[in-house]
Design a protein around this ligand. Sequence first.
Ligand code: SAM
Length: 240
Amino acid sequence: MRIDVVSLFPEFIAQSAAVGVVGRAQQRDLLDVHGWNPRDYAQGGYRRVDDRPFGGGPGMVMMIEPLQACLRAAREADARPAPVFYLSPQGAPLTQTRVRQLAAMPRFILLCGRYEGVDERVLAAEVDAEISIGDYVLSGGELAAAVVIDAVARLQDGALNDAESAVQDSFEGDGLLDCPHYTHPASHPLGEVPAVLRSGDHAAIARWRRMQALGRTWLRRPDLLDEAALSKADAQLLAQ
Ligand code: SAM
């Protein structure tokens, strides 16, 4: 898949997309991330991309012309249609369900705002949806874009060395939180690894993990249980 990112700091996007799972996904030709700078499409000696808000008030607003020209160039760089998603604290909160939808798309464009944001007319004319990564305000959309790209990259077939690990992650599969994990050493001043995990009894291990996932979800995120795919056995475990 291909993700184009329109940002005043494309170097941030390039750097964050070069490492870890995202970097590996690019090396494996599973994902192509391209940065586009609206400043390259701005007119005049100063290549101005922002201006004062009409009506007064603090801050600057990203201007229509450079953004439109930049979005057009990004769109035309590949023949496949590309919906545009604006990273915004006012957008729909990003969830794993939304990430799965994005991960299944052949391509999309992420638009990162700065300052007070983007001229509203760009949003009305060019943007298909707005995505928020949480109820707090960042200085720019680049970190939010990096979050989207990372979450989408790890769902590409072959991006993770062990495909099973994505299936077992929190929110995936049955919609529960993940169980706790331990590694060597089995014995440490910080504590012992639960004996069942060293028993070699796969059925007992699976049951223990399921109980842990159910218990954690019940304690930490009981809201998830309403939507989780629970079996009769799960319901019995929860009732205990
Ligand atoms: N004035 C805007 C508001 O209150 O809705 C906030 C602008 S913010 C300082 C600058 C840019 O950061 C936004 O245009 C957006 O692209 C990005 N941003 C900030 N918080 C975000 C969040 N929670 N999720 C996604 N993007 C965010």
